[in-house]
Design a protein around this ligand. Structure first.
Ligand SMILES: [Zn+2]
Ligand SMILES: [Zn+2]
Length: 607
């Protein structure tokens, strides 16, 4: 694997005599796997030279992947100057963290509005594909990429890239969660330990090292870390090489040299084996499969890409804090981007509230009257039946206390916010916690005899035919009988569900992977989902979180005569409901009538 630094500076470009050796351009790193997959990490001003080099290499058309950590200027300013984007025939995939309310594409387009720049995003000649990311894993060519949120005032992702038996982690613009210490005495804990695990056993870690611990107190909240923290994290998890990165614009070459010397001293003190250097513009590293490769333990199954229909505004945050000013700041932070806020003063009401509504996050504080926060955490985590067992719980503290926080972590606290903090700071952290559980819903398994089932459905000739009264009368009856706004005759095709008859729904089909009916055809019984928000299979299904806002569903399977369900007669509501035995029987009875129509030759009814 080949790594080349095109920009190593943080915050603002700093060309000049004082930065000749380490470089003045802002963040941009080129990475290539041995099979030729091209990845560009961040698109700061260094990307201009990289673009020129790629174009003059003569490769045409050019295919590449651009991974953006976040959209602060120093990471995207080279984007409008990256020449490969101007040439038609070139194809670029651009990845970055999914913002709240704003897509990656919109963020990039923002800096190219005509008052800032003469060419707009849509004038670029290359074909661009945008991918909004959350935490998870994705494949980029032959490179496996894992993402993890960093601690920064804008939503920021770190990237762990694995290919050719080599691991590189790109982790810049990250502030320690706990106050960074000068030395390496105490082990990292909580979220800082999680961050270190993200770097574990890497051959190369490119890490934010903008400040020294002595400078840090004045820079708290700016979202950057200290050399000491970067070294500590890297040494603690056996990183082989650590590239100090995102050099402060105030630091000249000699000052960067001193940083490197201090870092090497720390490694020696800790008896670590990590080789430390400061990333320099133009520097090229060739990384080969190391003999001591260990696979990364933390394998993540979930995909890092988000569903574009994912709607955060329906996500709820439960806020239970005693201090009015803390409550005000957090309340504003939650509602700013449209997350739903539920406040509770009486902590003892929390257990029943989380049974009645699905929350994405709980913000708690000690000191609520007659309420033991830790006892609550323990009982929630220990209850195997609780749907929200894994719900993130964040505790607001007025000071750090490693011993107490250790006990809190054992009780099930996910993370901490240390008061005082700004609303902006709280907002970014809240987004990261909420986005972390972005995709919980599951698409249905395929029936065992899927091929024959599809063959029968296609041979029936009913798919994509015009609406017919003989079906519509049943959806009309079902809607009235069960007093629901939505009733459908749905047929589950290879990758879609198509509606032969629909009441209360505009779309004539939806993707199969989000279809309730795809679950319902797995059995010959009526399937009822009394409350989709309380059902793990559907809680954040886009049909639940967005239009048509399905909360209740009941579907009776329809077959073509051989007993294999091909679709359903189903009803749905925006409210939670529960049909009793008698009603479920009626739905089943009605479905038998629809089934009779389905089994008739459709051409006989064309008129
Ligand atoms: Zn930056
Ligand atoms: Zn930044």
């Amino acid at each position: 694997m080949l790594v080349r630094f095109w920009g190593t500076r943080g915050s603002i470009a700093k060309p000049g005599l004082s930065t000749v050796r380490y470089g003045g351009n802002t963040s941009c790193v080129e990475l290539r796997s041995s099979s030729g997959t091209l990845v560009v990490l961040d698109c700061g001003t260094g990307a201009q030279d990289l673009g020129q080099a790629l174009v003059s290499s003569g490769t045409s058309p050019l295919h590449g992947h651009m991974l953006i950590g976040h959209t602060h200027w120093d990471h995207i300013q080279g984007f409008p100057f990256f020449e490969p984007l101007f040439k038609s025939g070139n194809v670029w995939h651009v990845y970055g963290p999914r913002g709240v309310g704003t897509s990656l594409r919109e963020s990039l387009a923002g800096q190219m509005q005509s008052i800032y720049f003469p060419i707009t995003l849509k004038d670029l000649g290359a074909t661009l594909h945008y991918h909004d990311l959350v935490e998870g894993t994705l494949e980029v060519g032959d490179i496996r990429v894992t993402t993890q949120y960093l601690n920064h005032p804008a939503l920021t992702l770190g990237y762990r890239l694995e290919a050719d038996g080599v691991t590189v982690v790109y982790s810049t613009d990250h502030e320690p969660h706990a106050s960074p210490r000068g030395g390496i005495e105490a082990p990292l804990a909580g979220q800082d330990e999680r961050h270190a695990r993200f770097l574990a056993d890497a051959d190369l870690v490119i890490h934010d090292a903008q400040y020294m611990a002595s400078e840090f107190p004045a820079k708290r909240g700016w979202g950057h870390c200290t050399v000491e923290y970067a070294v500590q994290a890297a040494v603690s998890v056996g990183v082989r090489r650590l590239a100090l990165f995102h050099h402060d614009p105030m630091r000249n070459d000699e000052a960067v040299d001193r940083l490197v010397a201090a870092a090497r001293d720390l490694v020696a003190q800790a008896r670590g084996a990590t080789e430390v250097f400061a990333a320099a513009e133009g520097q090229v590293l060739e990384l080969n499969r190391s003999s001591a490769v260990r696979p990364w333990v933390e394998s993540r199954e979930e995909t890092a890409r988000t569903d574009p229909a994912l709607n955060l505004s329906v996500r709820s945050v439960l806020l239970a804090v005693a201090d009015p000013l803390v409550g005000q700041t957090l309340g504003d932070a939650v509602t700013y981007d449209g997350l739903r806020l539920v406040r509770v003063q009486d902590g003892n009401a929390i257990p029943s509230m989380i049974r009645s509504e699905r929350f994405s996050l709980i913000l708690l504080q000690h000191g609520l009257k007659d309420f033991d926060a830790l006892q609550f955490c323990r009982s929630l985590r220990g209850d195997p039946a609780a749907i929200d067992r894994d719900l993130p719980i964040v505790l607001v503290r007025t000071e750090e206390s490693p011993a107490e926080q250790q006990a809190e972590a054992e009780a099930g606290v996910t993370d901490w916010l240390i008061w005082p903090f700004s609303e902006e700071y709280a907002r970014t952290r809240i987004h990261a916690w909420v986005l972390r559980e972005a995709c919980r819903w599951k698409s249905a398994a395929l029936p065992a005899d899927e091929e024959r089932r599809l063959l029968a459905l296609h041979q029936s000739g009913v798919l994509d035919t015009e609406p017919e009264e003989r079906f519509d009368r049943y959806t009309r009856i079902a809607a009235a009988l069960f007093d629901v706004p939505i009733a459908l005759v749905s047929l589950v095709d290879g990758d879609r569900q198509w509606f032969k008859s629909r009441r209360g729904l505009d779309a004539s089909e939806t993707d199969r992977d989000r279809a309730f009916c795809a679950h319902a055809i797995l059995s010959n019984e009526v399937m009822q989902v009394p409350d989709a928000l309380a059902d793990d299979r559907f809680a954040d299904n886009p049909l639940v979180t967005g239009e048509p806002r399905v909360r209740f569903y009941a579907g009776a399977p329809l077959s073509l005569g051989d007993g294999r369900p091909v679709g359903t007669l189903c009803v749905a509501d925006h409210r939670a409901r529960n049909l009793d035995e008698g009603q479920l029987q009626l739905l089943s009875d009605l479905s038998k009538l629809v089934e009779r129509e389905l089994q008739k030759n459709p051409s006989a009814h064309m008129s």
